[in-house]
Write a protein that binds this ligand. Structure first.
Ligand SMILES: Nc1ncnc2c1ncn2[C@@H]1O[C@H](COP(=O)(O)OP(=O)(O)O)[C@@H](O)[C@H]1O
Ligand SMILES: [Mg+2]
Length: 268
């Protein structure tokens, strides 16, 4: 790491992720859609943020741009002190493997690998042997030590998502991006998974950015950001499910009165 980079990292060390005037445009001419329209937001280390918004508001696009899965059309994204803008695909892949964890609605576990092999997978992808003590440590954090030899098909949905959380945690990432992590779970399991996510933030200092449409899931976060029409238009600190649900109702009604942006393409 060169000297400049070092200084840069320390100056901006308080934020795990920062976006500055990020824009993302898809298509051209009459098919042109501005999915993000100047997003500026920071995500401090050790914070748990939920991102909500109506269908087509830009949630997935935001997540992909912030996580380095896609490149923004303009503006700056700084993840773990590094500007993504100047990186090539190899550098982005490496950053994602080593500094970013992902949790998806569909768990995305490897069906032929058992629990401990799934959790150790990020090591394999980085060309290293899984570190056994790290695997055991994250398995004990998610309460699955006894199940470590089981296949995903032998586990409940909630247990599978806990495996995915362990896999996301194992590289000690600067940030975990979660996309509807409780979307496939029943109410009781949803609460357990949310408690676990919240614990990794409170006790482990993890940073989480979670896209969700569920007010109960959002209420597990420290803060909820509301996205509409490609822009952040509001936030709630220490959210409760009731207040979040009420805001969402207003937001959806508001977006439906907006012209053109959402009528042309299949955002709904
Ligand atoms: N690959 C793409 N090509 C063209 N338009 C897209 C693409 N991905 C998303 N969009 C458009 O960008 C807008 C935001 O989409 P998206 O980020 O998926 O919203 P959300 O996740 O909130 O539903 C929508 O109008 C959608 O149709
Ligand atoms: Mg989406």
């Amino acid at each position: 790491m060169n000297k400049n980079q070092d200084r840069w990292t320390s100056v901006n060390g308080a934020d795990a992720v920062r976006l500055d005037d990020v824009r993302k445009t898809y298509g051209r001419g009459e098919n042109r859609v501005e999915a993000l329209r100047g997003v500026t937001m920071s995500f401090p280390r050790g914070s748990f943020t939920a991102v909500m918004g109506p269908s087509g508001s830009g949630k997935s696009t935001f997540l992909h741009c912030a996580a380095g899965l896609d490149v923004s059309s303009s503006g700056s994204v700084v993840l773990d002190g590094k500007e993504l803008g100047g990186m090539n695909e190899n550098q982005l892949t490496r950053l994602r493997r080593e500094r970013v964890g992902f949790i998806f609605q569909a768990f995305n576990l490897m069906p032929a690998l058992n629990v401990e092999q799934n959790v150790g997978l990020p090591f394999r992808l980085a060309g290293r042997r899984p570190d056994r003590s790290s695997v055991m440590e994250v398995l004990s954090r998610v309460g699955l030590v006894e199940r470590r030899k089981h296949l995903p098909s032998e586990l409940s949905g909630g247990q599978q998502q806990r495996v995915a959380i362990a896999r996301a945690l194992i590289m000690r990432p600067a940030v975990i991006f979660a996309d509807e992590p409780t979307g496939a779970l029943d109410t009781q399991t949803t609460i357990e998974v949310l408690q676990l996510l919240r614990e990794t933030v409170t006790n482990g200092g993890q940073t989480i950015i979670m896209v969700t449409h569920d007010p109960v899931a959002a209420s597990a976060a420290h803060r909820v950001l509301f996205l509409a029409d490609g822009q952040f238009i509001g936030e709630l600190e220490a959210p409760t499910a009731d207040v979040v649900a009420e805001r969402m109702t207003h937001l959806t009604a508001w977006q439906q009165t907006r012209p053109t942006q959402y009528t042309g393409r299949g955002g709904f």
